[in-house]
Ligand binder design. Structure first.
Ligand SMILES: [Zn+2]
Length: 352
């Protein structure tokens, strides 16, 4: 397969450039790609007036950067992110991303932190299959999972998310996007935009990829207030999104109590493969959730202790952070995350 690409630069800062892949331009031959290239590129640039583009080109799939996909179960492919927080990473490619290939179509689970990461995932999927990508399932609002969505929307995927996702992205998306441009060089974020879901999941929803059912489930506030999980019936694979952290320090951005309740609800019942939002895939619920449970219970316990002692938040947060120090050896990007978690936990638990 050949892909239509375009060098694009900020109209306001023309030395800030990146490569844009336009999936509408995919073709079986270079000649067929080139035949439509100018028109497709021009239409896309007209819809993105903040960018100026160079002449389009049609390289072969193999010549483009692609995410590393591993098949963890038949037809279930996972790209493992680097277990670091975004501030500690050079490109923000920190979240686990997935693709499930059905008889007729493909579903993508999370799109990465930027258009560049979404494109690398798209290119990797196109190395495996040319079936249509019917769905992009966004597990929650955080940019490392959601900001690569545009390339899949342009490829024709219906974008699905939790019923609270639109409001969350409308509230926080602009700040996330500004942060992305501060953290990484322009080639990493050019063309990145916020994509709201086309359809939302109220409680549960099933999608069919052709003889392959995925069960989507929207959860009450836990990691965030818009967490969605995906279960592939055919292989009993659970994509937990950031309801499960392994290796990377868990981020509390919804409800600590709600998250502990989620862990208690046996959410992976029947799963043979568990894909966390960060860290390695495992078949064991105890292995997937045990260290996170220890972390969250310690966070809740130390926070309640500080609140019961009548401490104000300003002194409680460093004290909670210090008390959790013995857990540091198990987790990446520990200090900064724990200080934020302690703040969120204090604000939630002081009203108990
Ligand atoms: Zn997250």
């Amino acid at each position: 397969m050949f892909h239509l690409i375009l060098a694009a630069c900020l109209a306001s800062a023309p030395t800030n450039c990146g490569i844009i892949l336009l999936p509408q331009g995919d073709a079986a031959t270079q000649q067929a790609c080139e035949a439509g290239a100018a028109r497709i590129a021009q239409e896309w640039l007209e819809a993105h007036p903040e960018l100026v583009g160079d002449a389009p080109a049609c390289p072969a799939n193999v010549d483009l950067p692609a995410a590393d996909l591993q098949e963890v179960a038949p037809g279930v492919h996972v790209n493992l992110g680097t277990s670091l927080q975004m501030e500690d990473s050079t490109d923000g490619h920190i979240a686990n991303l997935g693709a499930v290939i059905g008889r007729d179509t493909v579903a993508v689970i999370d799109a990465g932190v930027s258009r560049a990461e979404g494109q690398a995932l798209y290119t990797a999927i196109r190395r495996i299959t040319d079936k249509p990508i019917s769905h992009l399932i966004v597990t929650h609002m955080h940019p490392d999972h959601s900001f690569g969505a545009a390339v899949f929307a342009e490829a024709g995927a219906v974008v699905l998310g939790h019923h609270a996702l639109p409001q969350a992205l409308e509230g926080r998306g602009a700040a996330y996007l500004a942060n992305l441009t501060q953290l990484y060089p322009p080639a990493e974020w050019i063309g990145t935009e916020i994509v709201l879901p086309d359809r939302v999941v109220g409680d549960r929803m099933q999608i069919d990829l052709g003889d392959r059912i995925l069960e989507l489930r929207a959860w009450p506030p836990a990691h965030t207030d818009n967490d969605l999980t995906v279960f592939d019936r055919q292989t009993a694979t659970l994509f937990a999104g950031d309801l499960l952290f392994r290796e990377l320090t868990p981020v509390v951005d919804g409800s600590l109590r709600g998250w502990l309740e989620w862990l208690d609800s046996d959410p992976a019942a029947g799963a043979r493969f568990i894909v966390p939002g960060h860290g390695a895939v495992t078949g064991s619920w105890a292995e997937a959730s045990g260290p996170q449970r220890i972390f969250l219970e310690a966070l809740a316990g130390e926070t309640r202790k500080a609140i019961d002692a009548g401490q104000p938040m300003s002194s409680a947060v460093p004290e909670i952070t210090k008390a959790l120090e013995p857990l540091k050896k198990d987790w990446a990007s520990f200090e900064a995350t724990v200080a934020r978690d302690a703040t969120v936990a204090f604000q939630e638990l002081e009203w108990e």
